[in-house]
Design a protein around this ligand. Structure first.
Ligand code: PLP
Length: 388
């Protein structure tokens, strides 16, 4: 099996598993208790908080552990609206994850939402952001990197624009953290969402960075865990997994991790583009995650391609969703102005530091042969004729 869907989730790193294991066995103490067993858990959670903080250059006390990226996103929006009952407006983008869009929409009609459009490259215009922020804007929330295309927005600049207009700034950095270097001291970011399973920690653990001094209201209320900012007994083993994964990611980034990912991604992309015609890369080639390639294949239905590549043991993704037997184009591709045909023929290839060149070359061969096979079966319009 070759796994090239690392924006969906990643494999738990062996060192992460090793660090977690004792806390799933004998080290089962509740970190809030006073005896040694509990203190061991507490100390391990403190260490994990430091490790996550170091990954984004924040202070340890600015990190709250959560259950996932979705909870972090929901919390940031909830908190910004709860804190200021006068401000009932949110600015976001048309390409956010549903953890942002659907949660914000769930608060309508009490709040208004402005969705900034993206251009053909998948980028917002910063002037649109300047124009969209109003006196009653409680929060601007803009994703750092799009999960589908990998396109990265200029988050430091967006945060500066937002603060100059007296609004709070949140970024969903779930698909960026661990892949590119992030430094929260470079811009006035108030909230930043993290999810462990995107960088080799287990699923079901995340974090929310809350800048010291930023107004904050907890989403989970109960015991006083996380300094009163997120109630619930800490998921100690998961948190330790997140901390360990953060330290490993930091070390990778310090030793040229971004370039190493880009070398694998570019090799994959070049192998494919140099071997077959009618392949288009989607989104700005410069402002994208180093691990992500989003390609459209003329006269190919991405759903059919995924069925064939899966049969050959290759895991890749398409943005299209299948509803009532008909494939719907990805809303991200539509927001970027691409027509249905280009959207329905697009796939996402996302590598990680656990991939190697041999896998990349084998994956390229599989994709090329599957595209050629589909084109030979359906040389004209690319509709889903055989595999549905
Ligand atoms: N935001 C982005 C950009 C994502 O890619 C994801 C996961 O796919 C999420 C939020 C949700 O994260 P989680 O799966 O940890 O809830």
């Amino acid at each position: 099996m070759i796994y090239l869907d690392n924006n969906a989730t990643t494999k738990v790193h062996p060192e992460v598993f090793e660090a977690m294991e004792p806390f799933l066995k004998d080290e089962f103490g509740n970190p809030s208790t006073g005896y040694d067993l509990g203190k061991n858990s507490n100390e391990a959670v403190t260490q994990a908080r430091n490790q996550v903080a170091q990954l984004i250059n924040s202070k340890a006390e600015e990190i709250i552990f959560t259950s996932c990226g979705t909870e972090s996103d929901n919390t940031a929006i909830f908190s910004a609206l709860k804190n200021n009952s006068e401000k009932r407006h949110i600015v976001t983008t048309s390409v956010e994850h549903s953890a942002i869009i659907l949660f914000a929409q769930s608060m309508m009609p009490d709040i208004e939402i402005t969705e900034l459009p993206v251009n053909n490259d998948g980028l917002i215009e910063l002037n649109d952001l300047r124009d969209a922020i109003r006196e009653d804007t409680a929060l601007v929330t803009i994703m750092w990197a799009n999960n589908e295309t990998g396109i990265c927005q200029d988050i430091y600049e967006a945060a500066k624009i937002t603060h100059a207009k007296n609004s709070l700034f949140h970024t969903d950095a779930v698909n960026a953290v661990g892949k590119i270097s992030i430094d929260v001291s470079k811009g006035p970011i108030d909230f930043l969402s993290i999810s462990g399973h995107k960088f080799h920690a287990p699923k079901g653990v995340g974090a929310l960075f809350v800048r010291a001094g930023a107004p904050f209201s907890p989403f989970f209320i109960g015991g006083g865990q996380e300094n009163g900012k997120r109630a619930g007994t800490e998921a100690v083993a998961q948190v330790i997994g997140l901390g360990t994964a953060a330290e490993l990611a930091k070390n990778r980034l310090l030793s040229g991790g971004e370039e190493k990912l880009a070398i694998l991604r570019d090799r994959l992309e070049n192998n494919i583009i140099s071997s077959i015609d009618g392949v288009q890369q989607n989104g700005c080639p410069k402002h994208r995650l180093p691990n992500t390639s989003h390609l459209s294949f003329e006269n190919i239905d991405a759903g059919d391609l995924l069925i064939l590549t899966n049969e050959k043991g290759l895991c890749i993704a398409s943005g299209s969703a299948c509803s009532t037997g008909k494939r719907e184009p990805s809303r991200i591709m539509t927001a970027m102005g691409h027509n249905d045909q280009r959207a329905l023929s697009s796939v996402r290839l996302s590598v990680s530091s656990m991939n190697n060149e041999e896998e990349i070359d084998n994956a390229s061969k599989i994709i090329i042969s599957c595209v050629e096979k589909l084109r030979s079966l359906n040389p004209t319009d690319g509709g889903p004729v055989i595999f549905g």
